[in-house]
Design a protein around this ligand. Structure first.
Ligand code: ZN
Length: 382
């Protein structure tokens, strides 16, 4: 088959994602509870297509930044056994991220530079800070090149401390919600960006991650769960972002590693895409979760990158965006992850023209190398 005329339609993908930043369409009502994450996928797609500056105005970007900062909250945790010395927690809540029906709120812009974080003190018992939203808010702010002067680092550290469970896992919010490897990953990614692991028990968390390893070689969301691509990425990335002193505890045995590699490689289907579970159909998001997992294991050479790109080409919608499979409705999640996969599993030449060139991606933080560098440089605790 000739791939000579295949194009990656970056402009349409950027336009598709930009529309979500002005308001989630009614047909995507199910995305409402994770708006901060949707915002990250949209801003991430604009970052990956390198069209953020040319497709959006300064006032729009300022408005989105201010809006994200308004989601930073602080308050006391509500726990049945709460002692009076309990520390407050901070971080970011999920929220109506993309509202542009009001002029951008720039109320902080005239205030003098201060090291004191500006934090809205809402009632966090109904609206608590959330680990995944904190991770996505931080990366969104890094994409928008915010200087993080307003970040309440103490609050974020306290959130990490308050969400870690006795078995090493983390809940999404203090004392509530599921505890699984997605939360461990976001906690580890935040510690990596802050360059501060003091708030959490890393060894316990590594034991929890390893308890999610399955007989197939992939990882489940929690112990005794079926191996799936997303959790496998979360576990492998977590085991790689830890500080050097935990490296030997965090490494897999050679036998485990080989099994993981085999399972991931087998997930690449004959059509070029990856499935997330053994013998299922390919889905665009697993081109990132499984592809990045292999990259983290330094086994990217085992991936058929051109077949993967060809599958993702077919998942592109004519209106822009990627669906989970060819001819499916596009959404920001699959759009961002498809672009992230293509940034990682690079194809050029022999029919793949310059439209397929994308900036390099940091597979551990899941952001462009430039954005990841910005985040690490500006978040580092002083
Ligand atoms: Zn998917």
């Amino acid at each position: 088959m000739s791939l000579g005329s295949l194009k990656l339609n970056k402009g349409a993908h950027a336009n598709f994602c930009k529309r979500f930043l002005f308001g989630i369409p009614g047909t995507f009502a199910e995305a409402d509870s994770s708006r901060a994450a949707i915002g990250f996928y949209c801003l991430g797609a604009l970052d990956l297509t390198e069209l953020l500056e040319s497709k959006t105005k300064v006032t729009e970007r300022d408005g989105w930044r201010e809006w994200i900062w308004e989601q930073q909250v602080r308050g006391n945790t509500v726990s049945p056994s709460s002692d009076t010395n309990q520390e407050y927690v901070g971080g970011f809540r999920p929220g109506p991220f993309m509202r542009m029906d009001e002029p951008p709120n720039l109320k902080h812009s005239d205030e003098p530079e201060t090291d004191e974080p500006v934090v809205s003190t809402s009632d966090i018992s109904t609206d608590p800070p959330h680990l995944i939203m904190t991770y996505t808010a931080i990366l969104s702010l890094a994409i928008l090149r915010d200087d993080f002067a307003r970040l309440d680092r103490v609050g974020v550290r306290n959130l990490l401390r308050a969400t870690q469970q006795d078995d090493g896992s983390f809940t999404a919010t203090p004392g509530q919600g599921e505890a699984d490897v997605r939360m461990v990953y976001t906690a580890f990614a935040i510690c990596n960006m802050l360059d501060d692991w003091s708030a959490i028990d890393v060894e316990k968390a590594i034991i929890f991650i390893k308890s999610c390893y399955t007989y197939e070689g992939g990882f489940g969301q929690y112990a005794a769960n079926e191996a799936t691509g997303g959790p496998t990425y979360c576990c492998l990335a977590s085991l790689r972002v830890v500080p050097k002193e935990y490296a030997s505890q965090a490494s897999l045995t050679e036998e485990q590693r080989q099994k993981t590699i085999r399972w991931l490689v087998q997930n690449q289907r004959s059509g070029g895409g990856f499935c997330g579970r053994t013998e299922k159909v390919a889905d665009a998001c697993y081109s990132f979760w499984c592809g990045a997992a292999l990259k983290i294991l330094d086994e990217g050479a085992l991936i058929e990158e051109r077949a993967n790109a060809h599958f993702l080409y077919r998942c592109q919608a004519s209106v822009g965006g990627f669906g989970k499979e060819p001819d499916d409705r596009p959404d920001p999640y699959h759009t961002y992850l498809s672009l992230a996969s293509l940034a990682l599993l690079r194809v050029r030449g022999d029919g793949f023209d310059e439209s397929w060139a994308l900036p390099r991606l940091d597979p551990l933080l899941n952001a462009t190398e430039e954005t990841a560098k910005w985040a690490r440089e500006h978040l580092r605790s002083n």
